[in-house]
Design a protein around this ligand. Structure first.
Ligand code: NDP
Ligand code: 8X3
Length: 253
């Protein structure tokens, strides 16, 4: 029986790269995101190239009712999720605290923290029942360090770091693996979203050095998921060679 991976935020970046990699490894997939057309395109491509089965769920992780209704509507056999990748997330704005946009704050907290919790609350009982599963949470270097103007985004990723530790403890009796992957700079749509479509400003973030690409993090996730049954990687911080921490970048320009 092929295994099942549920990936949130599979319409772009790291989530999409995970979908491609896990399909290539013969996993059946549950792919979620808000952009249905992208989910449809990706799933039809992966079905034809890898002959895997795919369920797509258009959902906004900020909506508790949508998350509960959509996930609960899955056929029973699809609830045997082996791997949950809590990837959906974003940053909005990069402003000092006294100038921050409170709508952006709501979006980040509702997506990165509450959305991750809503999905986990539905899927983890399926894993507990089977005493089997692996939850991979996308943290960030922003969850390990706090940088200027990153205030609320950093706070959400610190929350993910803490929730990852909490999940690890609570799910311990059930043999469920829990891992946080904390990337540094990965060139995806992340900065375009942070800067609200300002592609010039987004591009500048990655100028003068080799950033990570989404596939690097998908490979890391595959590595943590493929450890032997008795091994759990609690967390990994993964950086471009040219970035040592939130404040230490080596840029050639
Ligand atoms: P992208 O912007 O490329 O992809 C983000 C994904 O999240 C999209 O598929 C998007 O789907 C989904 N998403 C965002 N908001 C929602 C929502 N409300 N409901 C459902 N899905 C949502 O960014 P990345 O791939 O870079 O980011 C993935 C994760 O990695 C995030 O948690 C991010 O914080 C983290 N990360 C990224 C780093 C980077 O440098 N890029 C570094 C460290 C961590 P859609 O818009 O279709 O809903
Ligand atoms: C994304 C990486 O450094 O912009 O989490 O916070 S960073």
């Amino acid at each position: 029986m092929p295994k099942i991976a549920l990936i949130t935020g599979a319409t772009a970046g790291i989530g999409e790269a995970c979908a491609r990699l896990f399909a290539a490894q013969n996993y059946n997939l549950i792919l979620t995101g808000r952009r249905t057309e992208r989910l449809e395109c990706l799933s039809s491509e992966l079905r034809s190239t890898h002959h895997v089965q795919i369920q797509i769920l258009t959902l906004d992780v900020r909506s508790k009712t949508e998350v509960e209704a959509q996930l609960s509507s899955l056929p029973e056999e699809w609830k045997a999720v082996d791997v949950l990748i809590n990837n959906a997330g974003l940053s909005q704005g990069l402003d000092p605290i006294h100038e921050g946009n409170t709508d952006d704050w709501d979006t980040m907290i509702d997506t990165n923290v509450k959305g991750l919790l809503y999905v986990t609350r539905v899927v983890s009982p399926w894993m507990v029942k089977r005493k089997h599963g692996h939850i991979v949470n996308l943290g960030s270097i922003a969850g390990k360090e706090t940088y200027a103007n990153g205030n609320v985004y950093c706070a959400t990723k610190h929350a993910v770091d803490s929730l990852n530790k909490g999940m690890r403890i609570d799910l311990l009796p059930y043999g469920i693996k829990v891992t946080a992957v904390h990337p540094g700079a990965v060139e995806t749509e992340f900065s375009e979203v942070r800067f609200k479509g300002d592609t010039g400003r987004a591009k500048k973030v990655y100028e003068g050095f080799d950033p990570l690409v989404a596939e690097d993090i998908a490979n890391t996730i595959w590595y943590v998921v493929s450890t032997p049954p008795h091994v759990n990687i609690n967390e990994l911080v993964v950086m471009p060679v040219a970035q040592a921490g939130a404040y230490y970048w080596h840029k050639e320009n």
